[in-house]
Unconditional design. Structure first.
Length: 235
């Protein structure tokens, strides 16, 4: 099993997990499982540039509302395995011309192939040619950057230059959820991470997440989880 942000997922053949910065994850101790880990910093997958880059970063990664893994067919696994071997070869030759660029291109090829052929564990498949899906991914991007300071659908819609109704429709078509539900889900997720994996006091976590009144944060957390922050930490 692979545990990611308080949920467990089975590790099976030809499964690729995607872990974003800040996510809490660990594998169940099982020596019979073999695989590769590709670890790179955030600058290797920039927000800037093409919409394809944004789509890869906020659909493949940073998709907290979907399963954090893809299933890969056998024929695709062979191609991805070849790319991993090429990364391993390139990684030990730092002195070669355009070394860093070569690694970036290999990683991007790997991610594009996953986006083209991989099947997500659960969640609605998204397509970059679909206008609603593109708006949804841009919303995910903005949410990941601003969930601490922006808590309303109107704020996100304004920054995306669409109406609240349009944003709601795009999000529902792409995820069968609402923008407000995803905003709240992201805030609760971060609160859980901080409660379990930091020594911050509840009121400090509240301030970090944009709540001026800690008591309102406590009510917000209980409304969405069924327990108080202190109770969650104890459990």
């Amino acid at each position: 099993m692979h545990y990611v942000d308080f949920k467990e997922y089975p590790v099976t053949d030809n499964t690729v997990f995607f872990i974003s910065p800040g996510q809490i994850h660990y594998f169940e101790d099982n020596r019979s499982v073999e695989g590769s880990i590709i670890h790179f910093n955030e600058s290797f997958l920039s927000d800037e540039g093409s919409s394809e880059n944004v789509f890869l970063k906020y659909n493949v990664f940073n998709a907290f509302d979907a399963a954090p893994y893809y299933h890969i067919k056998s024929e695709s696994a062979e191609r991805l395995d070849f790319l991993v071997r090429e990364m391993e070869t390139e990684a030990v030759h730092e002195g070669l011309f355009a070394h860093k660029d070569m690694l970036k291109y290999l990683i991007k090829m790997f991610l594009i192939h996953i986006q083209r052929t991989g099947e997500r564990g659960h969640g609605i498949p998204l397509c970059i040619n679909n206008a609603a899906n593109r708006t949804f991914v841009r919303f995910r991007q903005m949410l990941e950057h601003h969930y601490r300071t922006m808590h309303t659908v109107k704020e996100y819609a304004g920054h995306l230059n669409v109406s609240s109704k349009t944003l709601t429709n795009c999000v529902y078509e792409s995820s069968h959820s609402t923008p407000l539900a995803l905003i709240n889900e992201r805030i609760v997720l971060e609160a859980k991470r901080q409660l379990l994996h930091s020594s911050l006091k509840v009121k400090e976590i509240a301030f970090q997440l944009g709540f001026e009144d800690p008591s309102y944060f406590v009510k917000f957390f209980k409304r969405h989880t069924g327990c108080l922050p202190a109770e969650f930490r104890e459990q």
